[in-house]
Write a protein that binds this ligand. Structure first.
Ligand SMILES: [Zn+2]
Length: 315
């Protein structure tokens, strides 16, 4: 049996035909054009599914199900997407709408949750029963896998680990609260802190690396300057790592997973990030001397969304 996995993003929709083992046979994409009404977007998603199946030379009869990852929350009991802020969706009857075009079982899940699920089947946490995937991008997303299954809570609103409150009355968050984990552990946090640091340390390498324009700073510039030994960049980076590590410690205390997986844009920093995070977590683990989650870097990259969504049908 084969599965179709769909990764719905704010600018593009990606879909692929995936086999039992989580390998993508063929993939394709189409622009989301999210400003249109949801019916049109879903019609395009259906067309894309049919197109990739045709390109893979897999007849629709051999497709077991269609799984979809969306940047929002999903209620699988009703097939309705209550909130998907990036797409401006509110109470969209996604499953029934997609089934108007394709008569197959349809699974919908949060995109970070499916990415974590993909890593737990075909990626860096393959073979484990419990893991927490953390996407370090513009925000921070989470994908929790428990007993080998994606876990999004009793009401579909779990695994929003970016909004665990790390600091009471801290930095304001887009969610309306203050001090959320993602205000300190996202790429956005690195950029914000680098801009602040440049005000008192204009001599930093970052100034030259961003062409003197603080608006051009991105996380990679700051991390590259830290790797090069620039003191200001190193300070920003180590504060970032400290915040990320404390969030990870909280997750370990709450869930005690086998593996914590770091993905998303910031994780491209590789071992430089991984080694620093492992070191920073160690002194804060509650039960000293006992084993705890191995921290690893994600390995499926941008394909995780397609693979994890596809394999939702395997559960
Ligand atoms: Zn928040």
């Amino acid at each position: 049996m084969k599965y179709i996995g769909v990764d719905v993003g704010g600018t593009s929709v990606k879909a692929g035909v995936v086999d039992e083992a989580g390998h993508i046979l063929v993939k394709g994409s189409t622009p989301t054009l999210a400003k249109r009404s949801y019916e049109w977007v879903i019609q395009d998603i259906a067309d894309l599914c049919l197109r990739v199946a045709r390109q893979a030379d897999v007849p629709m009869e051999e497709i077991e199900s269609i799984g979809v990852g969306v940047p929002g929350i999903c209620d699988m009991k009703t097939g309705i997407i209550p909130f998907c802020t990036n797409l401006g969706w509110h109470d969209v009857p996604f499953v029934s709408e997609l089934q108007k075009h394709i008569d197959k079982p349809v699974w919908v899940e949060n995109d970070a949750t499916v990415a974590g699920y993909a890593e737990s089947i075909a990626g860096v946490s393959a073979g484990t029963q419990s893991s927490v995937f953390i996407t370090l991008g513009t925000g921070v997303g989470g994908g929790i896998v428990i007993n080998g299954k994606p876990y999004s809570g009793a009401h579909g609103i779990g695994s929003e680990i970016g909004h665990m409150i790390l600091k009471m009355d801290g930095e304001p968050c887009t969610c309306g609260n203050y001090g959320c984990f993602e205000r300190y552990a996202s790429a956005t946090a690195i950029i914000r802190e680098a801009r602040r640091a440049l005000k008192s340390h204009p001599e930093s390498l970052i100034t030259e690396a961003c062409g003197g324009d603080p608006d051009s700073i991105n996380a990679k510039i700051v991390i590259d300057c830290a790797k090069a030994g620039d003191a200001t960049a190193m300070e920003v980076f180590s504060e970032y790592v400290r915040a990320l590590a404390l969030g990870i410690v909280t997750l370990i205390n709450a869930i005690d997973p086998e593996v914590i997986v770091l993905g998303g844009g910031v994780s491209v920093a590789g071992d430089f990030l991984l080694d620093a995070v492992r070191e920073a977590v160690k002194p804060h683990v509650f039960y000293k001397g006992l084993p705890y989650a191995d921290i690893r870097l994600a390995k499926l990259g941008a394909d995780a969304g397609i693979i994890g969504a596809a394999l939702l049908g395997r559960r």
